[in-house]
Write a protein of this length. Structure first.
Length: 278
């Protein structure tokens, strides 16, 4: 009993997440798994950057109809989120591979990934609505962009410092705990439900960070890259929660500066230059 109590206390005090590898996979399999992550993430980034160069940074939905926007959005999310959600995804898919083979394995893996992407697609619907609204407001009242940007940074900062962010971040930083919970899921559509559940927590971790794409520009490659690094470090670094708080404070500072600093709002200016012109 004393040994068990000591183990629990040590575990509670340890700030290190299991998301960086955490013994979930043997070293050789971990190397292969991360190679696959790179092989998927790099093409997603290439496609995203290519689209950004063609479209530039501007307010609103950039003239995209909803289906095309969602396709681009999912590509962006794959590029930005895949490295940070890899520990859980790779280990779960490895478990699928141990229990099934052939088409059954492929179907279950597609079901898991489909559930994850479905959640981000649903969030993309909200993003499209927000961008459409802000684009119309800036088109009718150009100076409104300053206050829209300020509100966006304020919301993002408060969310980063709020309790929902902490709950979701704790979940995403504990892949072993997630896998234990997911092992209790039962049919039907077990893998789909796991993907939906993990995707929902992932959205909860990143929602505040996604809000700042309104003022910074949804096709701002530099902003996307910076946010992807923040997301990765928040989930996998031992001091990730501290970084989340620091980023929240920075957003609050930007909320105060935004009405007076147009350079902070490239995504809310009609005259924003394209990526080719930068």
């Amino acid at each position: 009993m004393r040994h068990l109590r000591t183990s629990v206390l040590v575990s509670a005090r340890s700030p290190a997440p299991t998301g960086a590898g955490g013994g979930l996979l043997p070293a050789r399999e971990l190397a292969v798994a991360w190679s696959l992550v790179v092989l998927i993430a790099v093409p997603a980034w290439v496609l995203t950057v290519a689209q950004a160069r063609d479209m530039g940074v501007e307010p609103g939905t950039m003239g995209l109809v909803l289906p095309l926007f969602l396709l681009l959005w999912v590509t962006m999310m794959a590029a930005m989120m895949l490295p940070s959600m890899a520990p859980v995804a790779l280990t779960w898919v490895r478990g699928i591979g141990r229990r099934t083979s052939g088409w059954s394995r492929a179907g279950r893996t597609a079901e898991f990934l489909g559930g994850y992407l479905l959640v981000w697609t649903a969030f993309g619907l909200l993003a499209y609505a927000a961008l459409h609204l802000t684009g119309d407001l800036v088109g009718d009242h150009p100076t409104a962009g300053r206050w829209i940007g300020s509100v966006a940074f304020l919301v993002a900062g408060l969310y980063q410092l709020g309790p929902l962010k902490n709950v979701c971040l704790r979940h995403c930083r504990d892949p072993m705990g997630q896998l234990v919970r997911y092992s209790g899921f039962r049919q039907p559509a077990r893998d789909l439900r796991v993907g939906l559940h993990h995707g929902a927590y992932c959205v909860g971790c990143c929602a505040g960070l996604m809000v700042v794409l309104v003022p910074l520009g949804v096709m701002n490659v530099a902003a996307m890259a910076g946010l992807a690094v923040v997301i990765f470090v928040e989930k996998l670094w031992s001091r990730g929660p501290l970084l989340a708080g620091v980023v929240g404070v920075v957003f609050l500072v930007l909320a105060v500066l935004a009405p007076f600093q147009d350079w902070l709002l490239p995504g809310l200016q009609e005259s924003a230059p394209s990526m080719d012109g930068m």
